[in-house]
Write a protein that binds this ligand. Sequence first.
Ligand SMILES: C[S@@+](CC[C@H](N)C(=O)[O-])C[C@H]1O[C@@H](n2cnc3c(N)ncnc32)[C@H](O)[C@@H]1O
Length: 225
Amino acid sequence: MRHWTQLGEASVPGSDKSIYLFQGKDDFFIKLSGGLELMNTRKHGSEDALGALPCQNLENPESACVLIGGLGMGFTLAAVLDAVGPGAQVTVAELIPEVVGWNHGPLGECSGRPLDDSRTQVHIGDVADLLREKQAFYDVIALDIDNGPEGLTKSNNSWIYSEQGISATVDALKPVGIVSYWSAEADQKFNGRLKRCGLKIEEVSVYAHGNKGARHTIWLATKQS
Ligand SMILES: C[S@@+](CC[C@H](N)C(=O)[O-])C[C@H]1O[C@@H](n2cnc3c(N)ncnc32)[C@H](O)[C@@H]1O
């Protein structure tokens, strides 16, 4: 007996892969071609933390300028909106236009419809373009565009996790800004790259759901003072 229904399919720009949105009895999930589950609506503790943790020590949360890459199921965006004030501007970059459409549909209920918040601006496209174009602009950058610090959804995503991409991200941050990265697993090589780029890092292990079971890794990185 089938326990899920496919609601959507979208090709990934810049790759030969596709992603698929499914609805189960009590949840939604998104899979990549080949079957890897990228996200689901049941377990989002670490996606919430990716947005909440870097906003905790903002000097001025009222008017913070935040960049999130990508939207996924909207949990990181919702956590950032909860943590910042009414004058904040939160840009979410999402590569796949259909993902934005899915979040405007029933999927959006699961994260509390953060796209409808007047502080949210959506950039449909590659978050790397915003990182290359902005200088000393963001207070917080929260990045969750793949399963970890390597290009899986599309190979070009590896640039973001390279020393060149990390440096561009740091340049896009204000001097006291902070960047958070999400990964399914710890990664010593990525740790090393962050340090070689002169960043002070805190590596946090966060439960995917509740307070037991699988954990994910979040790096919080700031410029050395
Ligand atoms: C794992 S999901 C993000 C989950 C999200 N943190 C949440 O709270 O649901 C990754 C998202 O990043 C998007 N993405 C992948 N590469 C991207 C890129 N280069 N720029 C912007 N978005 C990208 C994917 O389409 C997908 O929606």
